[in-house]
Design a protein around this ligand. Structure first.
Ligand code: THU
Length: 133
């Protein structure tokens, strides 16, 4: 799977967005280290707070299938550049320290980051090492 194809998958996933309240669609595709691709879209809810972001949808789908190592993630939304929300950045912190994060404007325009760029000094699994206490 090339990054170009991963980006296409994220753009396709956006089409399935269930976002009747915000009318803001987001699509996401994750590529595992072993080459599988999982996609997700945002799923909103009439009670608002149960709404799920595209990123956590895609990542959780991969986890549920037994994949925990990720090579890349592509994220695209209805704004020119849709960056992950704070909750999704923290969610990624569990698995994404070395993952390439592509913020996608179109099939040909995207920006590449590492999680450290988007969540500097983040709190992660290493911070819970209670052996030091
Ligand atoms: N949203 C995502 O799915 N991912 C993000 O990173 C930003 C926000 C969704 C949540 C909500 O359904 C809509 O976009 C507007 O906030």
């Amino acid at each position: 799977m090339t990054i170009k194809n991963l980006i296409k998958k994220a753009i396709e996933a956006k089409e399935n967005s269930y976002s009747p309240y915000s009318k803001f669609r987001v699509g996401c595709a994750v590529l595992t280290d072993s080459g599988e691709v999982f996609t997700g879209c945002n799923v909103e809810n009439a009670a608002f707070s149960p709404s799920l972001c595209a990123e956590r949808n895609a990542i959780s789908t991969a986890i549920a299938k037994g994949y925990k190592s990720f090579k890349a993630i592509a994220i695209t939304g209805d704004s020119e550049w849709t960056y992950p929300c704070g909750v999704c950045r923290q969610f990624m912190k569990e698995f994404f320290d070395s993952t390439d994060i592509y913020i996608v404007k179109s099939e040909t325009e995207y920006r590449k980051y590492k999680l450290e760029d988007l969540l500097p000094c983040g709190f992660g699994p290493d911070n819970l090492n209670t052996e030091e206490i």
